[in-house]
Design a protein around this ligand. Structure first.
Ligand SMILES: Nc1ncnc2c1ncn2[C@@H]1O[C@H](COP(=O)(O)OP(=O)(O)OP(=O)(O)O)[C@@H](O)[C@H]1O
Length: 435
């Protein structure tokens, strides 16, 4: 568990998200509270419940991004769901439990990666042995193996084709889903898994090059060294104590009148979600998971409905309210330039791989931000997502021609931006389709 202080967490989030201080503070405190709870013992530790958060703000202003980055920072399993998904025809109440099952899968991934790192050195040695087996056969003399090992380490054999056998994780066996009971295959019985275990795991032969086999074999060998039982137990604990569930579009299920036509009523979905948020036990194929300490972050624009339209019980379970504000031109400028892995940095790096040097002038950044603001104002406000469509359009030509322009430098200034996107942006009908 991370020991970041709230201030440190906010500083980390600042690297990726511009503004939205209040939301960053709220999630930073929530994270610290988890650490605080872990320091307690006995009864009190079980009694302390997470203070779930309701993020209120228009689309594309950083609600998901803040939550996702927080989870990454904390090494916590994270799942995002759209609340409206559960109002669709064909869903039944228990489906919300799938959220927790998915959370556990995310936790398994995290724990497995961590454990793989621990056994990595040993796995490397074993993987190398297997490549040698594939190259010279298991019975070759030690001298032959040594000389091949040397060549292998020097990369001389990288392109050589070999056939290796690796275990087939997932996808091989069909899932047996019971009609009318989606998800029932998971908690109760998973034939694929049972058969897989009974047969000592499935293996498949793969033809590949020495170079490409490397990661595959290291992962395969790591998994053999892992105690999957232990991974699963740790993952269950991780999901219970550190899991973060992000429920988007909660405002769309906020009405109490039900009127959702043929689908499940909106109030019905709130009632289904309630036990999860209040704390209940969900059966997963790895074992039961208690949701009492899972952190829920709900989010919505609340243009039409208000948080007070939610069921009182749900309102009570989302005590921390934070507002995220709409982004303005200056925010767009900063998102383009200051964030780590900003779009500008990404495009410069991508074109760099083609030998093309991209340069953006200050006034180009201004122009990009202006176009984004203009389009958000005239079409639909989709927040920072607008920058992606604008940037893609501006760089479309360069992106297409880059391989022919290797060794050249392209300077993007405000004129360039205007030529490639500015005029288009003035034509509301046309830009609706393109930008
Ligand atoms: N304040 C911000 N700083 C940096 N990037 C941002 C900011 N707001 C949004 N973005 C970028 O815009 C994209 C969409 O943001 P995000 O997914 O957080 O939207 P959201 O507020 O959760 O909206 P929705 O509820 O529609 O999902 C992401 O790629 C994110 O990186």
């Amino acid at each position: 568990m991370t020991t970041f202080s709230p201030r440190e967490t906010v500083t980390e989030l600042d690297r990726f998200i511009i503004g939205q201080k209040e939301a960053k503070r709220a999630v930073a405190i929530a994270l610290r509270n988890r650490w605080r709870r872990q320091q307690l013992d006995g009864l009190l530790k079980e009694e302390v419940m997470p203070k779930n958060i309701l993020m209120i703000g228009p689309t594309g202003v950083g609600k998901t991004e803040i939550s996702r980055r927080l989870a990454k920072l904390a090494g916590a399993p994270f799942i995002k769901v759209e609340a409206t998904k559960f109002t669709e025809v064909g869903y039944v109440g228990r489906d919300v439990e799938q959220i927790i099952r998915d959370l556990v899968e995310a936790a398994i991934g995290i724990v497995r990666d961590r454990k793989r790192k621990e056994v990595n050195a040993k796995a490397h040695i074993n993987a190398e042995q297997r490549v040698l087996d594939a190259l010279v056969g298991p019975t070759a003399s030690p001298a032959t193996r040594d000389s091949f090992r040397k060549k292998l380490r020097e990369g001389q054999l990288d392109d050589k084709e070999i056939e290796v056998e690796v275990s087939d994780t997932g996808g091989g066996m069909p899932n047996f889903e019971l009609p009318g009971m989606p998800g029932a295959n998971i908690g109760v019985l998973n034939l694929g898994d049972m058969l897989g275990k009974a047969m000592g795991g499935r293996a498949k032969k793969v033809k590949t090059t020495v170079k490409d086999s490397h990661d595959m074999l290291v992962n395969d060998e790591s998994d053999k060294l892992l105690d999957m039982e232990q991974v699963q137990q740790e993952a269950l604990k991780l999901a219970e104590n550190e899991g973060i569930v992000f429920i988007d579009e909660i405002d769309k299920i906020a009405a109490r009148d039900g009127g959702a036509g043929a689908g499940v009523s909106r109030e019905g979905v709130q009632r289904d979600l309630l036990p999860l948020v209040e704390g209940s036990t969900v059966a997963t194929k790895y074992g039961p998971v208690k949701t009492d300490h899972v952190l829920f972050i709900a989010s919505g624009a609340f243009h039409v409905s208000k948080p007070s339209d939610l069921l009182p019980e749900l309102q009570g379970r989302l005590p921390i309210r934070v507002e995220l504000r709409a982004l303005e031109k200056e925010d767009f400028r900063r998102i383009l330039t200051e964030t780590e892995a900003s779009l500008i940095k990404q495009y410069i790096a991508l074109m760099g791989t083609e030998g093309v040097t991209l340069e953006f002038t200050e006034d180009a950044i201004d122009a990009l931000a202006e176009v984004a603001v203009h389009l958000n104002g005239t079409l639909e406000n989709i927040g920072a997502r607008r920058l992606q469509t604008v940037m893609e359009r501006v760089l479309d030509e360069i992106s297409f021609e880059a391989p022919d322009r290797s060794g050249s430098t392209t300077k993007i200034d405000s004129d360039y931006v205007r030529q490639h996107v500015g005029d288009l942006a003035q034509d509301a009908d046309l830009s609706r389709y393109i930008l």
